[in-house]
Unconditional design. Sequence first.
Length: 86
Amino acid sequence: MAIRCNCGAKVVIRTLWSKNNLKKLYYACSNPGCDCKFIGWVEDEQKRACLNISMKIEQQYLKLKLYLAISWFLFVSFLVYKVWVK
Ligand SMILES: [Zn+2]
């Protein structure tokens, strides 16, 4: 990550739960001896990028399931065809 704290330590992303159960992400210093526990809010676009990645993974998983169903259907129809031809 490009973002660094004033002390030079790496910045980590922490989660904060607000009163109405809304998840908020913020940057915090990874150095336990550092005073800057809060550096800034994580931009919405980065959050959206994370969301897009998880959505893409879900779509790929659905595609995989579809391929599996199609290959299973082809296999069964092949068996049925073999039995009928005899
Ligand atoms: Zn720091």
